[in-house]
Structures are given as structure tokens and as C-alpha cells.
Design a protein around this ligand. Sequence first.
Ligand code: FAD
Length: 534
Amino acid sequence: MWTQGWRDTVWSQLDREFDLIVIGGGITGAGILREAARAGLKAVLFEQGDFASGTSSRSSKLVHGGLRYLRNAKIKLTYESVHEREHLLKEGRGLVIPLPFLMANFRGDKIPAWVFGFGLSLYDILALKWNHAYYQPDGLRGLCPQLTSPEMVAGYRYFDAQTDDARLVLRVILEATKDGALALNYARVEGLLKTSGRVSGVAVRDLMPGSAPFDYAQGEKTAEVRARAVVNATGAWADSLREQVRGPKRLRILRGSHIFFPSSKLPLTRAVTFLHPKDSRPVFIFPWEGVTLVGTTDVDHGAPPSTDLRISQAEADYLMEAVTHAFPGLGLSLADVQSTLAGVRAVVDTGKADPSKESREFVLWNEAGLLTVSGGKLTTFRLMAQTALRAVRAILPEHPRLRWHERVLDPLPPETTVCDLPPELRLRLLGRYGNEACNLDEVAQEGELEAIGASPSLWAELRWAARAEGVVHLDDLLARRLRLAINLPGGGLNEMDRIRAIVQPELGWDDERWEEEEKKYRELWRGYYSLPSA
Ligand SMILES: Cc1cc2nc3c(=O)[nH]c(=O)nc-3n(C[C@H](O)[C@H](O)[C@H](O)COP(=O)(O)OP(=O)(O)OC[C@H]3O[C@@H](n4cnc5c(N)ncnc54)[C@H](O)[C@@H]3O)c2cc1C
């Protein structure tokens, strides 16, 4: 639990000698920290922004085998991914949830329906689960009446899964800290320390804002932290730390963007996927957290990685064209879009003309003692963590081998321990908060076990997250602990009075700090969560 003062406690423990330092608080770093803590290593994680503020809160939220990887003949990647999906569906109940898909085929598609049928058969064989079926257009419309296009010729039903990516990261990190690991957000690794030419620690700077006028870029506190092994899990940022061990630049930074419609405008009960009419890339549209997600693009980012990311007009138009192609009867336009989200991913640069052809498999490099783990998928984080830990064992041979079938998420307490709510809501809270879910009942004040507007989140979650989930800035709370930046109109700015009444006292902010944070959130939302034309 990260209640007020937790960061000072962690800072005060940084002078010990660690077994492992993990740089980067996305899903890759989180998974490695979790496995390290389980193996009994003294481990610490540093994240320069908020936990999951990089790619791991900006993914398409699918826990999936990745049918399109089959198209690129990536059988191993698909095999691993479907197995991890099954694993996470079992362990992550309430957080990783099954998502029924319809794959619609339209006249003129470059890939005929039977090829998809073949791919889906392979998909199911790899998962050891026969779970797809062929449909004529009328059958598809029976399952999704919004698919009115007369151009639809056939389709399939199959299953994958979805999650809340930022909550998944947080749950993994929090469970690692309960097993003894340390983790700090807003702690940037500025340099690598070396002993006899090999990496043996990091120089870290605290980016906590001090007193007014708050400087969000330059904290004053620094520390040199030593460890026997250092893992660079900085995703799209990985090349920049590798430079310090003379690693040549190897990563290509691709951007993927999403648009979100209110469910009332695009009401789906299952995911729909099809080929984009322009370039035959698969697009998917599905219900997620009270909104409907449309994704994604795959373009060269053409700039250093950043979290200040905005969808381009061309990307928004591309996604809108897909929506109109599949759902011409709904008369939707970009004016109906509620929010947007863009993320960058790192792939190994092999110079392919089409970014989508670059491999999504993860890489592990050992350069002068710096282990870099980058690429891969949210879905396969457990495998990546286990592979990284096996490489760490070469440096720390006395530590026990990991067992392949170890759980990655802690078992959930019984549903009866959580607030008196309908079973599906209880499960949702358990999935998100794990063992902490029972605290929501205790902190909830009158009326706070109700949903916040059209979002599925409860007011009590806001109170709990502000109190105990390591929130440093307002966007940590509104964009990642809860996903109000995406699933409320205007990112929740209309609800700000009630949000403030609940969270300002919990965060212990004075009025000056609150106003500064609210202004910053307003600018952030306009800049990066809305359309370029808005
Ligand atoms: C648009 C898009 C859609 C995707 N959709 C899916 C999907 O549906 N399903 C799926 O399985 N996968 C998906 N992926 C892939 C998946 O999201 C990524 O593989 C995964 O999130 C990467 O996690 P990471 O921890 O490696 O990187 P990140 O989440 O980016 O974490 C790296 C962290 O390192 C931090 N950092 C950088 N430098 C420093 C430093 N010097 N000191 C401290 N911290 C530092 C950054 O702030 C960042 O938070 C998608 C990717 C994209 C881009």
C-alpha cells in the first residue's frame, strides 16, 4: 500500500546493496520485478514518470494470440501468446476478461474468408480449444445488428481477451512490493554506474515536485544505487540507456493510435475485426470500460519516444474510415469521438518498408552487464520476465531457478470479502485491486459505491487510489489508476468539483497545488487525449 510518505520510506532504503535494479515501470519492468521478488532477490524498480505511463497504458488492451502474427508466419509468437492468454484468463479473473470477436469479411477484401478460417483453426489448435465458427452475413448481424453493410460477405466468431493495461501493471508491481520489492515512480535513471567497465548500478533523480512554483522536470533529490544486476526495461526508450554502454541504436519507434466513442454512439457487445479498406491492415472495434475502442494505426513515429503523444489527423481519418466501412448505418463522424490515445512501441529495426512487417517478438541483449529487454507484448509479459530472470541467474547463480508454471498474479480473496455489490462488480474490483479490494468498502463514504458517470469506475475507487496507490499528479489518478481521461466526456473535467472534494484531502494538497494540477491535467487532456482538430 502506497499511503502518504511511502516515497520517503523507499528513498531511505536505497543505500542498501540490491541484487537487481529494474529500470522502467511498464509491464516488462513490472513482470521482472514480480518474478525477482518471488525468487527472493532484493530488487528495486525506478520509473521516470508514473507507473505504466509509457506504452503500457496506451496499448489496445487486448490479451490475445495475435491472429495477424500468423499472417507473418510467426507461429511461435502466436503459440506463446495464446498460452499466456489462457494463463492470464485463469489468474487474472475480473481484470483479464474474455472478449468474443466477430471477424467480418467484406467484398473486395484482399484476403478471402477461407484464409481466415484456416488461420482461426490454427489459432484454436495452438490454444488446444476449438472455439470458432463460420457465419453467413445474416448470422453475423444476429450477433451484431450494427453490421449493416451490404458489402459484408461472411465472417467468423472466435474468442480472445481484454484487460485494463495500466491496472494490470499496477497490480503486478503492488504484488511484487508485498513480496519485499521496492518500486518508485517519478524517479528517473540518469546514468549508469560502472565497476571495471561493467554496469553495477544507477544514478537516479527524484522528480517529485517540491514547493511552488512546482518544477515537474527537475527534482533535487538524487541517489547512487548499486546492484549486482541491472535490467533496462525502458521499452521504446531502451536505446537511450544502451548508448551509455556504447550499444548501437537498434530500435525503430512505431506509433499506434486509438479513438474512443461513447457506447451510446457505437453500442457493441462484442469485438468486431476486419481488414481496413485502404491497406488491408486488421482493425478492431470493441467495448472497453464503458466506451468503444477503435484501433489501431501502425506508423513510424519519426521522433524520440515520449508520453506527450497525440494522434495525427491522418491517423484519426484512417480509423474513422474503418468505422464507416463496417458501420455505415450509424452515420458516425469524428465529431462523435470522445477521446483518443496514442502509444509508441519499439521493434528491432530491420529496415522493412512496411512498419507492420517488423517482428513484434521481444529481444534480450547483454551489453557490458546491462541487460536490455524490449519489444514483445503486454500479453507475453510473464514469459519475458522469466527469460530476463534466467539471464540474471547467470550473474546471481545462487538464486533458485524459476518454475515455469508459477502464478504471476496472487490468488484473489473470496468475493464475499468485497463490498455488497452485484457479483460482476465485485469481481471487477477484485481483479483490479487484488487483496486490497476489501478496503474499498471501508473507505467508501455515502454514495461512493456508485459509478462515476458513464464510466464503470466507482467514486470509492477514486478515494482509495488517491489514498493508497502512489498518486503523484492528478493525471496519474484520472488517466491510469482510473481511466476517466478516456471513458468520461472531456476527460472528467465536468465532474471536477466532486473529484476535488474527494481526492484533495486524501492527497493532502493545498489549494495552490490543486489548481496547478488541475490546470496541468486540463492542458494534458486537450493536448493528448482529444482530436488534433478539437
Ligand atoms: C498502439 C499499441 C497497441 C498495443 N496493443 C497491444 C495489445 O493489444 N496487446 C498486447 O499484448 N500488446 C500490445 N502492445 C504492445 C505492448 O503495449 C507493449 O509491448 C508493452 O506495453 C511494452 O511495455 P514496456 O514495459 O516494455 O514499455 P513501457 O510501458 O513503455 O515502459 C517503459 C517505461 O520505462 C520508463 N523509462 C524510460 N526511460 C527511463 C529512465 N531513464 N528511468 C526510469 N524510467 C524510464 C518509461 O517512462 C516507461 O514508462 C501495443 C503497443 C502499442 C504501441
